[in-house]
Design a protein. Structure first.
Length: 132
């Protein structure tokens, strides 16, 4: 499912801010590294669900491009949001690079951020942090 929203990190029209730990993937389909992260993100999402952790993604592409990509690549294991303005979303949330893997605590604070390619060691680290 692809939804439009303003700021997933602030919870406006997006996932709830509090009460549940969350993993948020931020990407652009035009980013070369993004496609190499898909398998890692699916493993992380699977582990997150076991721990009752919310899993969401934010695409910095247009809603039309995102829908097309999601349908063609079967990204259906977690909800994908598209900000009304990618530039505003990136600025408001201080995003300086993508792909980004964000772990947000149940009280809404950012616990950790991983920028770029996610390898086996990062997957293990993220899964460990999810289960704590």
């Amino acid at each position: 499912r692809v939804d439009s929203l303003w700021s997933v990190f602030r919870g406006e029209d997006g996932p709830p801010l509090f009460g549940q730990k969350q993993v948020i993937f931020v990407f652009s389909t035009k980013c070369r590294i993004f496609s190499s992260n898909l398998d890692a993100w699916h493993r992380i999402a699977s582990e997150a669900r076991k721990c009752k952790t919310g899993v969401y993604a934010v695409s910095l592409d247009s809603i039309q491009s995102t829908i097309k990509y999601v349908q063609e690549n079967r990204i259906i294991s977690y909800r994908v949001f598209v900000p009304r303005s990618a530039r505003s979303f990136s600025g408001d949330n201080r995003i300086s690079g993508i792909p980004l893997t964000v772990l947000r605590g149940s009280q809404g604070h950012i616990e950790n951020i991983w920028l770029g390619a996610i390898g086996t060691e990062e997957v293990k680290e993220i899964c460990r942090e999810i289960s704590q």
